[in-house]
Design a protein around this ligand. Structure first.
Ligand code: C2E
Ligand code: MG
Ligand code: MG
Ligand code: MG
Length: 277
């Protein structure tokens, strides 16, 4: 196609591509030093049992690049993953999250996302057990979130890993449910504690009957399997009310609380106890 547009167009096109590539390369290089330079930080978003009880927080990784500013995880996590940096970064997130949770009231859990590389790397269960031990956090206060793409390969090992985590007492959530393969065989074979419904089905819940039908189905499916169900991306009172009526166990979204740095949680908890009383 570039050829048909003539030489000028084709050259401009490839120059733009080159710039994009160089930028990617530049980001990859800075990603490697970001951890040692302390450019990463973790934010925590509340998980709420409707209507208003906080049950825990999800840890969400942030990268503040000195020049480019805040770079979203959807951009840098895939890069870190393909550069083989994600297990080191992920281990750092796990430690941060466990340390933060240690300072919260004891009934609160902390959820940590695991990327495929972290999950598939040898020794995950040992690293998790060691981290909990070193920090002094009870295993049942940690939830690990994985997506279905993690489970595509090496099925027997995956089952072993999840079973070992389960025996440790760590909780396991299936993240972004409904957007990937949604193969029901995962639900039959793997010991999940929670299914998280992707925000894609929540955003138009108030107006779209198809989304309502799908969300109702996932809630019934989860409960039938004795799993909890969390709705992601809850932004309106209407969505929250609908989900509560339908028996959704937990809500997460800007309505209930935005992701916040660890230092802001005390104040957030004070404010929310005022709202509840
Ligand atoms: P996720 O695990 O599904 O996390 C939920 C995402 O939804 C977060 O995006 C959160 O900020 C966003 N969100 C929360 N409430 C709302 C809402 O009401 N409306 C909308 N539109 N969005 C909402 P974020 O922080 O940009 O993270 C994106 C993804 O990056 C995460 O999706 C997760 O897959 C990945 N991620 C984040 N932190 C980590 C990490 O430490 N390790 C790994 N492996 N992945 C991470
Ligand atoms: Mg998640
Ligand atoms: Mg999710
Ligand atoms: Mg999601």
């Amino acid at each position: 196609a570039a050829k048909r547009d003539g030489r000028g167009r084709a050259r401009t096109f490839s120059r733009a591509m080159l710039i994009a590539l160089e930028q990617r390369e530049m980001f990859r290089r800075s990603l490697r030093i970001a951890l040692q330079e302390g450019q990463f930080f973790v934010e925590y978003q509340p998980l709420v049992k409707p209507p208003f009880s906080i049950v825990g927080f999800e840890a969400l990784l942030r990268w503040r690049h000195p020049l480019a500013g805040l770079i979203p995880p959807s951009v840098f996590i895939p890069m870190a993953e393909s550069d083989g940096l994600m297990s080191e970064i992920g281990q750092w997130v796990l430690e941060q999250a466990c340390r933060a949770a240690r300072t919260w009231p004891a009934q609160f859990t902390v959820a940590v996302n695991l990327s495929p590389a972290e999950f598939l790397r040898e020794g995950l269960t040992d690293r998790v057990a060691q981290t909990l031990d070193a920090v002094g956090l009870r295993a049942d206060r940690l939830e690990l979130e994985i997506t279905e793409s993690v489970l595509l390969e090496r099925t027997t090992n995956n089952l072993d890993t999840l079973n070992t985590l389960n025996v440790l007492g760590v909780q396991i959530s299936l993240d972004d449910f409904g957007t990937q393969y949604s193969s029901l065989s995962y639900l039959k074979n793997f010991p999940f504690d929670t299914i998280k419904i992707d925000k894609y089905f929540i955003k138009d819940l108030e107006s779209d009957e198809k989304s309502q039908t799908i969300v109702r189905f996932i809630i019934a499916l989860a409960h039938g399997l004795r799993m909890r169900v969390t709705a992601e991306g809850v932004e309106t009172r209407g969505q929250a009310n609908w989900l509560q009526t339908e028996g959704c166990d937990q809500l997460q979204g800007y309505l209930l609380g935005v992701p916040m740095p660890a230092e802001a949680i005390d104040e957030f908890l004070r404010q929310s106890s005022l709202v509840m009383s």
